[in-house]
Ligand binder design. Structure first.
Ligand code: CA
Length: 321
């Protein structure tokens, strides 16, 4: 239990008051009567401390105590400090087979909070596809089973932000077949005309720091792509460590960093969709996705890799100026 700061102040104030009374000889010093009187008075004063000062979280760091970088104000964060289900105010879930012909079946039970971290766990386990149809041309229906399960958390409809600093501290499993990501999509428009920003993405030995927007062909993106091989970091222990991925996004540009190393800069003067509408998808709010995909179009073959695999997230924070 934490003693509320307000209660400490109250006790100090009460002690000072008691000393004044003693000086006036209105309270007999050394009297056994003093203790219950003192306790009763103290408890009365504690009861008067405002609720806001008393109900500090029992664990974790209150948002107000986080140190915002100079010129930035913290506007939202999830510290994942409460064990159990991820906060439903912030996160919903993708379900089943979703994109890129990936191997995993997404389900909420592969994500939870534990010890201050969000854990997304990919497992090698068979899951029957309730949409299975052997005659279907759609890969999401033609597969009878998924050979893996995992989770994808989405802040769509819950938390979305336009411009600012987006920051994620996490640890990613970089073994073969794994494809973790922390990325954003614009709230309006069909992909890719809604705009995609890959703040953290990893597959086949590389970090990706990509921005994508629409072209004159439906479902075809224009990419400002950057690949950063992990070997560039010259650290054999890189994957065992936590790292900080960051986006600084303003009306002129998007800059993507890992551990303060700038990976990619995209100028928003160039990110006009090539479709008839010609919108710029980076002048709208974007929601966030945290997921651990397996295999599929880019992840590589997961077959030789022992499972489970985890993507752990210490926090996601959004700052604005
Ligand atoms: Ca945390």
């Amino acid at each position: 239990m934490t003693i509320p700061r307000g209660a400490v102040h109250a006790f100090r104030n009460f002690s000072a008051h008691l000393k004044r009374l003693q000086r006036l000889q209105l309270v007999a010093t050394g009297s056994m009567m003093k203790l219950p009187v003192l306790l009763a008075a103290f408890l009365t004063m504690v009861a008067c401390v405002p609720n806001s000062a008393r109900q500090l979280p029992s664990r974790g760091t209150p948002v107000s105590a986080l140190t915002a970088p100079a010129e930035w104000t913290l506007v939202w964060s999830d510290e994942f400090d409460v064990d159990g289900r991820p906060n439903p105010t912030n996160w919903g879930y993708e379900a089943g087979f979703v994109r890129n012909r990936e191997e995993q079946w997404y389900q909420p039970e592969n994500a939870w909070c534990e010890g201050g971290l969000l854990v997304i766990e990919a497992r090698r386990e068979r899951k029957e596809n309730p949409r299975y149809d052997s005659t279907s041309a759609d890969w999401k229906a033609s597969r009878r089973y998924a050979a893996y399960t995992s989770a994808s958390l989405v802040s769509r409809g819950k938390q979305s932000w336009q411009y600012g600093r987006f920051e994620m501290r996490g640890r990613i499993d970089t073994r073969q077949g794994l494809w973790p990501a922390f990325w954003t999509l614009g709230v309006q428009g069909a992909w890719p005309s809604n705009g995609e920003i890959d703040i953290m993405e990893f597959y086949r030995g590389m970090l990706l720091a990509n921005v994508a927007w629409g072209t004159d062909r439906r479902g075809v993106a224009k990419w400002d792509a950057l690949e950063k091989p992990l070997t560039d970091f010259v650290d054999p222990g890189w994957s065992e460590k936590f790292h900080v991925w960051r986006m600084d996004w303003d009306p002129e540009k998007i800059r993507l960093f890992v551990d303060d190393v700038l990976l990619n800069t995209t100028h928003l003067s160039e990110t006009i969709n090539g479709d008839a509408e010609g919108k710029n998808p980076f002048h709208q709010t974007h929601y966030m996705i945290l997921n651990l995909a397996i295999g599929g179009a880019n992840g590589g073959d997961p077959a030789p890799t022992p499972f489970p695999a985890r993507f752990e997230v210490d926090y996601v924070r959004v700052y604005q100026r």
